[in-house]
Design a protein around this ligand. Structure first.
Ligand SMILES: *Cc1c(COP(=O)(O)O)cnc(C)c1O
Length: 457
């Protein structure tokens, strides 16, 4: 039988995280700014929400950063994650392409997110925090935070975007099973939430609003450590265990990807899988084409501006230079909740600006179609977010078929969709809409991007 699964043993879990900042050509990454002074955020200011080792990682330009042994031991509960060759999908497509995927749904909470939840819980525990506070979109990050808190004996409180809270009640139940508290956002618990509810009582919420609520709560209680699910440099760093393992597994398979495809929300699973390959390329290794697939309804990389903007709607946090649709952008309630972000990790933004990553935007129904084809051939029901990567990979494979070229495609399967069956139900019932881009909403939101010449918009 031909081999389809490429599995490493525990000793092959990486012992360091890979920091792409060490290999980026040209100017260093633009720093985060204090919105009050317009100056780069100082270590002291970062210390308000981050333990020292995380500040170090956020600012580091060192290539390899050691993974603490207790973190590595917890990783071993499900890592190394498997890499598969999708032979049955290849056959169904009739493509000469070879398709591989790296599966992160084997983590206890079902996605790549505990790869960073565990180290963040570890560093916060070390810093003396007794609880974690955060926001979540679809609930994957909230679940990972709840799990990570439980593993370190910490409490967890999660502000969950209201539309997802309603679409995915079992995500809340999972968080509560791990011992966490889950609050729909906007909530009456914070000043930011109350202000939004006063203006828009039916607000579906957004990741930007939930972030403001979590930041506000963290600021009032020093015993809580604020943790981040995506976008930040240290989060992308933690996720590089994915790509480092994939490099070894592609070697086991006797292959190397021509194209790597990932879905893109805040950019963490994409960066985690692709940065180690991009780094190899930057150091003289084989060239790879990297595709970032985002939802057409929230086209941050394909339609956003590169500018300094807030990550949170309430403007409590710092300014980041990134692709942004404007911090007031309210993404339509597509089911890939984890991809509904107005901004993106500055490192991913920079890689796109440097043409190391190519962004594309795809519609929701086409993604579910790809997800179902994948489930029926490979057996794994993908998360709605992950179906974007599958759509991108299938389209590349079909291009190979049309051109008669057998390229090697690797994509990131960031999580399973067992908590997203309501969305699949809607797809089968034909009631899933393909949200068209609302041009007026895009223009309005773009006007919320601050101008850094001293004026505010
Ligand atoms: C959160 C999430 C994403 C999107 O977040 P990134 O930081 O862009 O990776 C994608 N897939 C799954 C399964 C998720 O949970």
């Amino acid at each position: 039988m031909e081999r389809t699964k490429f599995q490493l043993d525990e000793s092959q879990i990486p012992s360091t995280w890979y920091n792409i900042a060490a290999d980026l050509p040209g100017a260093p990454l633009a720093p985060a700014l204090n919105p009050a002074t317009g100056e780069p955020l100082t270590r002291d200011e970062m210390g308000a929400t981050m333990p020292e080792p995380i500040i170090d990682q956020e600012l580091s330009t060192e290539r390899d950063i050691e993974i603490p042994e207790p973190v590595r031991q917890l990783y071993a509960q499900w890592r190394p994650s498997p890499l598969y060759r999708a032979r049955r999908l290849e056959q169904a497509l009739g493509t000469p392409a070879k398709i591989y995927y790296k599966y992160e749904g084997v983590a206890p909470s079902g996605s790549h997110k505990p790869n960073t939840g565990i180290p963040q819980a570890y560093y916060n525990k070390q810093a003396g925090k007794t609880g974690l506070i955060t926001e979540t979109g679809a609930g994957q990050w909230g679940s990972a935070t709840a799990l990570s808190a439980a593993l370190f004996g910490l409490t967890a409180k999660v502000f969950m975007v209201k539309v997802s809270f309603q679409q995915k009640p079992y995500r809340r139940a999972l968080m509560e099973s791990y011992g966490a508290e889950c609050v729909p956002s906007p909530s009456p618990e914070t000043a930011v939430g109350r202000a939004i509810l006063a203006k828009h009582p039916d607000s579906p919420g957004s990741l930007g609003i939930a972030t403001s609520e979590a930041l506000e709560t963290a600021a009032t209680d020093p015993s809580l450590g604020y943790v981040l699910g995506s976008a930040a440099n240290h989060v992308l760093l933690h996720q590089t265990v994915i790509g480092q393992e994939a490099l070894l597994q592609m070697e086991l398979a006797g292959d190397y990807p021509d194209v790597i495809v990932g879905c893109s929300g805040g950019g963490s699973n994409l960066a985690g899988l692709t940065f180690p390959f991009i780094g190899a390329q930057l150091r003289g290794g084989p060239a790879v084409r990297v595709l970032a697939v985002e939802p057409a309804a929230c086209p941050t990389l394909t339609r956003g501006s590169i500018a300094y903007d807030y990550a949170d709607t309430g403007r409590l946090g710092p300014l980041f230079r990134m692709h942004t649709l404007g911090h007031e952008f309210m993404p339509p309630p597509v089911h890939a909740g984890g991809l509904r972000a107005h901004g993106i990790g500055p490192l991913v933004s920079r890689a796109v600006e440097d043409k190391l990553i190519e962004p594309i935007a795809v519609g929701q129904t086409g993604c579910f179609e790809a997800g179902v084809q994948f489930a029926r051939t490979e057996g794994i029901l993908p998360a709605p977010e992950s179906t974007h990567a599958i759509r991108g990979a299938i389209d590349e494979a079909l291009k190979c078929k049309a051109e008669g070229i057998g390229r090697t495609i690797l994509f990131g399967l960031s999580g399973h969709g067992h908590f997203d069956l309501v969305a699949y139900d809607k797809y089968f019932a034909g009631t899933l809409e393909d949200d068209v881009v609302n041009e007026e909403a895009l223009d309005l939101a773009a006007a919320s991007i601050p101008r850094l010449d001293g004026t505010t918009s």
